[in-house]
Every structure is written in C-alpha cells, then in structure tokens.
Design a binder for this molecule. Structure first.
Ligand SMILES: C[S@@+](CC[C@H](N)C(=O)[O-])C[C@H]1O[C@@H](n2cnc3c(N)ncnc32)[C@H](O)[C@@H]1O
Length: 338
C-alpha cells in the first residue's frame, strides 16, 4: 500500500453512508469528526460539500496513507491524526463545536482482506490481528495467555459457549509448538468444535472476534471513545455510532440510555431524591439498519446497527458511574491477567 494509490482503487463500501448524510446534513456546512477514518469513505463524502471541515482519526497505518491523499485534495478543510479515539480530547481543540462525531466500528475491508494482518481465516502470515498502536499481538495472546483466561476471553468477548473446550485444545497444541498463523488457529478451533458445530459460518468466527477484540482492547476503546465524544459535543451536536455485533451495540445503547436519563442525587447528606438530567436527546429508541439494496451490494453491512442522539448544553458528568456498568470489560482487556 502506498501514498500514491488512488482512493478509488481501494474503495470499500462505506456502510450506511446515505443514512448518515441525511442525518448530519453536511449541506449546512460545519465541522465533522470521523473517529474511524478507515478507507476514508465518510470523510470524503462529507468533504464533497464545500462548507465542511473534517477532522479524522484512525489507529491504523494503512489509513494514514489514504488520509494523505485527502490532505492533498483538501489541505484547508481536512486534518488527520493517527491515534486512538480514546485520545480525542488530547488531539482536538475544546471549542471546535462539531456538528457531528461519527464512529463506524470494527475493521475496514482493507484490514480484513490484508493477509499480512492475520484477520482472515486463511492467512499464513504472522498471527497479528493488530489494528495499530497495540501492546501485544494475537500471537502473544494465543501462545502465552494462561488457559483459563483464554477460555474466558473466548467465551465472553466472542460470545462462544465452547470457550473452555477451544482454550483446552489451543493449550494442548501450543505445548508441542507455537501457533504461528491464523490458518493454524482456525483449524485448531474447527477441530475443537467438530462435534458441536451447528454454526453456518466458519466455526472459528467467534474465537477470532474474541481475540481481535482483546488484542485491540476494542470495548474499552469504545466506552472511552463515547465519553470523549460526549465531552466534546455541545448544543445540537450529534453522536452517531455504527456497530457490528451485540457487545458493541449493548455498550452504545446503554450509553445513550444512561446519558439521556441520569439520576442524580443533589447531596449525599439529603435523602436520595430522583432528580433527572439528560445530556442527549435520543432520536429513536430503535437502531437503524441498512436498506436491503445496500445489503445486496455489500453483504458485510448486514449486521450494521446505527444509533444516534443529539447533545444539549448540560455539562458532562458521571463518566465513572457509566464505566462501572462495564467494569468486567475493563478488567478483561486491561492486560492485568497476563
Ligand atoms: C469499519 S472501518 C471504517 C470505515 C470508514 N467509515 C470508511 O468509510 O472508510 C473502522 C476503522 O476504525 C479504525 N479503528 C478501530 N478502532 C479504533 C480506535 N480505537 N481508534 C482509532 N481508530 C480505530 C480501524 O483501524 C478501521 O480503519
């Protein structure tokens, strides 16, 4: 991949782009933050409207190459940071007043199809699974994490009921020789599930999801990213999240419910009185889905869920309270279990 590559050659289908454009109405101009630049699909579409500015982030090196192309095209209206979205407020000025902050979670098509990254079941390259700016790789996790923790991670982060059986199989295998690539890992998982596979997809799908989430601390990142976005948004600013699996969607739904209906106790010396405060107005309780046309054109979009809400001017409060709801994810992804 190099910086001279045209955007079109690597184009993937930006998921639910039309719905996003009709929600954010970039015709009105303003500043937008694209927290997951990826192949640049959203950023590029917004920049086509002349009065807009886009600040984009991505942790992936590959995205930086794409961003350089947009930087040449829109030097005054586009800015890119190669960083994690949990650092949002360290990167941008507090007073930029964004019209919308957008998250499109998960992997880009280029990350998925790049065999060197080890995200696909057939990859025979190094077992990597890193999105970028990581502390460890899938190789480290698969070959050195203790069996019990590995089983829990596969069970919880992959929602894989056979987590323990799979971890036992991995452990048996790695005692003989290290597991070096994704193809090897996929075949070990397939073997572990051979008696118990009612699953239509590849039997290693859930295990791969779990390892990828753990390696990239994806749930911690999402929780912190939402908090950072809520701090930065002000009156009328929108927070839009496209998620792809139930763990992500649960966090997003919980976040919007929590911050559209916060119960506060004005003083710890007074009896608990239910005072309610909200930071967001939920536009719809139900998540939006891609149209059937989009699913036909891009099968990867089929599990997408879009949720969004509009921020008001109330000061941001209670992040620790919200984080407590997901304490188990913080503990699991912290790396303390090594
Ligand atoms: C599904 S892709 C985004 C595609 C993009 N909307 C487009 O239209 O091309 C998700 C991107 O988010 C990035 N990403 C995931 N987690 C991140 C994080 N915590 N911080 C920054 N970028 C992240 C990934 O590296 C990937 O490039």
């Amino acid at each position: 991949m190099n910086a001279t590559m045209s955007l079109d050659k690597t184009k993937h289908h930006p998921v639910m782009l039309n719905q996003i454009l009709s929600i954010i109405t970039p015709q009105r101009g303003g500043t937008y933050i694209d927290c997951t630049f990826g192949g640049g699909g959203y950023s590029e579409a917004i920049l086509k409207f002349s009065d807009t500015k886009v600040i984009a982030l991505d942790r992936d090196k590959l995205s930086e190459n794409r961003a350089n192309i947009l930087l040449k095209q829109f030097p005054k209206r586009f800015n890119f940071f190669r960083d994690k979205f949990s650092n949002l407020n360290k990167l941008v000025e507090k007073k930029i007043n964004p019209q919308a902050i957008i998250f499109d979670l998960g992997l880009s098509s280029s990350q998925l199809s790049d065999k060197e990254r080890g995200f696909s079941f057939e990859s025979e390259n190094f077992l990597n699974m890193e999105m970028g700016i990581n502390d460890y790789s899938a190789y480290d996790v698969i070959n050195s994490l203790n069996k019990e923790h590995l089983g829990t991670i596969i069970k919880v982060l992959g929602e894989e009921k056979d987590g323990k059986i799979i971890a036992n199989k991995i452990d048996k295998y790695r005692r003989r020789k290290p597991i070096k690539n994704s193809k090897e890992l996929a075949s070990i998982v397939k073997d572990a599930k051979k008696r118990n596979n009612s699953y239509k997809k590849n039997p290693a799908t859930k295990t791969f999801q779990a390892i990828r989430i753990f390696v990239n601390k994806e749930l911690t990142e999402l929780i912190l990213g939402l908090i950072e976005a809520a701090k930065l948004l002000s009156n009328g600013g929108m927070l839009i999240v496209v998620s792809f699996h139930s763990l992500e969607d649960r966090i997003v739904k919980n976040f919007f419910n929590f911050y559209s209906n916060i119960k506060i106790n004005p003083s710890r010396y007074l009896p608990l009185k239910e005072n309610k405060l909200s930071l967001f107005k939920l536009v719809s309780k139900k998540a939006l889905s891609p149209t059937s046309n989009e699913i036909n054109e891009n099968v990867r979009s089929r599990s997408a869920k879009l949720r969004y809400a509009i921020r008001n001017n109330n000061s941001f409060i209670n992040p620790e309270e919200f984080k407590k709801n997901f304490q188990n994810y913080f503990e699991m992804e912290s790396g303390i279990i090594w």
